[in-house]
Write a protein that binds this ligand. Structure first.
Ligand SMILES: Cc1cc2nc3c(=O)[nH]c(=O)nc-3n(C[C@H](O)[C@H](O)[C@H](O)COP(=O)(O)O)c2cc1C
Length: 264
């Protein structure tokens, strides 16, 4: 298996992670908005410096103004500072972030005025997930533009999809409102983390028709994921992380079904 197995494979994988950079054409190197998009990384170490209210408001505004299907805005955001998070959840914001936003898909708000549309649970759910996720990304990029780092969480600290039932109770969510993820915001402490292994463009972009993945590229990716976990999260492993997801998925599936498709 290329890139894996033994210390040499490990070192090779780590070196590949360390040398990976976004590809930015020379003519666009000074383009700051593009750099903000391409150089964004999920950050898991935040400093004590607080995010001023006006800066955080601009990030939330990016969520509010996001694109959405038929402009339905099928999202809701529960917004926290460090104190309100602790009051609500009885522990600090994960990674000691300064602010957090729980992003939810919301098919509840529009239902009262959109009875012209036939009930179509799977389409409604998918539309809400698409729109709320775009809003999450818009907030993340707005944050990046003003120097605020972030990480989206769906598992760590019981913050998203995999703890949907817990969040429904804690945040008192009505039927049709379902948590997707929490975005944690703060000013980064230390250098920007290295870029985790991203698949090459030729593996994810096709001309005309779909192409099956190249097995050796996927094996390389897996080797780098495993090595990256060993190097950067020595208390965990990629396999263990998948195990956590596997353990929680059954309950999350049942909770989400009840939340998205409540019994009439
Ligand atoms: C919906 C979503 C949920 C995520 N959940 C978690 C999480 O629970 N814990 C965590 O440490 N990172 C989480 N991440 C961050 C991913 O691990 C990260 O985006 C990925 O490794 C790619 O790294 P990058 O964001 O620096 O490009 C999540 C990301 C997304 C988009």
């Amino acid at each position: 298996m290329s890139g894996s197995g033994g210390p040499i494979g490990f070192v090779r994988s780590i070196l590949r992670i360390l040398v990976s950079r976004p590809r930015i054409p020379a003519s666009l190197e000074d383009n700051q908005p593009l750099r903000a998009v391409l150089e964004r990384r999920s950050v898991r170490r935040f400093g004590r410096k607080e995010i001023p209210d006006h800066v955080f408001d601009a990030i939330l505004e990016a969520g509010r103004l996001s694109p959405s299907t038929v402009n339905l805005q099928t999202w809701s955001f529960v917004v926290f500072g460090a104190d309100s998070w602790r009051e609500t959840f009885g522990r600090p914001i994960p990674f000691r972030g300064q602010r957090a936003v729980v992003v939810m898909g919301d098919v509840h708000r529009g239902r009262s005025i959109l009875d012209a549309l036939p009930r179509s649970p799977l389409v409604e759910y998918t539309v809400a997930v698409i729109n709320a996720s775009l809003a999450a990304m818009n907030m993340t990029l707005a944050a990046e533009a003003v120097g605020v780092a972030s990480v989206m969480l769906s598992e760590t600290g019981r913050t998203g999809l995999l703890d949907a039932g817990y969040l429904r109770e804690t945040l008192e969510l009505p039927g049709g409102v379902f948590p997707l993820m929490t975005i944690v915001f703060g000013y980064a402490r230390g250098p920007r983390p290295p870029m985790p292994p991203k698949l090459p463009l030729r593996e994810v972009c096709f001309e005309k028709t779909y192409k099956e993945a190249d097995a050796s590229v996927m094996e390389d990716w897996l080797a780098q994921m495993r090595a990256g976990y060993r190097a950067y999260r020595p208390l965990s492993s990629f396999g263990e992380q998948l195990g956590v997801y596997a353990q929680k998925i059954g309950q999350a599936e049942a909770d989400l079904r009840a939340m998205v498709f409540p019994e009439p």
